[in-house]
Design a protein around this ligand. Sequence first.
Ligand SMILES: Cc1cc2nc3c(=O)[nH]c(=O)nc-3n(C[C@H](O)[C@H](O)[C@H](O)COP(=O)(O)O)c2cc1C
Length: 200
Amino acid sequence: MTATTTTIKDAIINRRSIRKLKKNENITKERMNEVLKTALHAPTSFNMQSGRVVVVMDNEHEKFWDIVKETLRSRVPEENFAATIERLQGFRDGVGTILFFENQETIEKMQEKAPSYKEQFPYWSHQGNAMLQYAIWMTLSAEGIGASLQHYNPIIDEAVKKTWDIPGEWSLIAQMPFGEPNEQPGEKTFLSFDDVVKFY
Ligand SMILES: Cc1cc2nc3c(=O)[nH]c(=O)nc-3n(C[C@H](O)[C@H](O)[C@H](O)COP(=O)(O)O)c2cc1C
């Protein structure tokens, strides 16, 4: 897999959920650092930069998906657990997982600084995190790296915090397993453009 040059239009159109991944030694920490440095140009409300990212790779990544599996074991009906394991295996077979957090301390400080927007900051925090997630996902996709967006929080939060010494004020928002794509994305349908977009 080599780095590719992609137009912004192609990067947006080609980004898809890839839920079956495989290892690839060319997806390195150095390369992920470049992806993250690029994506951190994503905007945030008042430039508050409340997003935090933890990347687990290789053994730590496998440990993460083992934690998810063990957490789900007691919660998923036994007859569905085989399908759950298979789904999780598609992620675990990848190279790493990006854990997205929001620093609640930043949000509280912003609420004190701009009290008239107090109620809005939790929404803006999630919106900013989503923009970061999307910027990373698109940048990965432009590099030929497969990824998807997962939400096993909040049931895994405690174990994640303990395992990787995550500060108490960081709340887990989403997980993005990545690796070499090991599936073609499925068909995707779209609402009619005219039902979605209005010009006047
Ligand atoms: C806010 C948000 C939450 C999502 N949560 C999950 C999730 O928990 N698990 C999952 O497999 N996909 C999740 N997805 C992926 C969507 O199912 C997927 O993006 C959508 O079906 C369109 O497919 P595409 O990503 O291939 O374009 C999420 C996407 C968004 C934007």
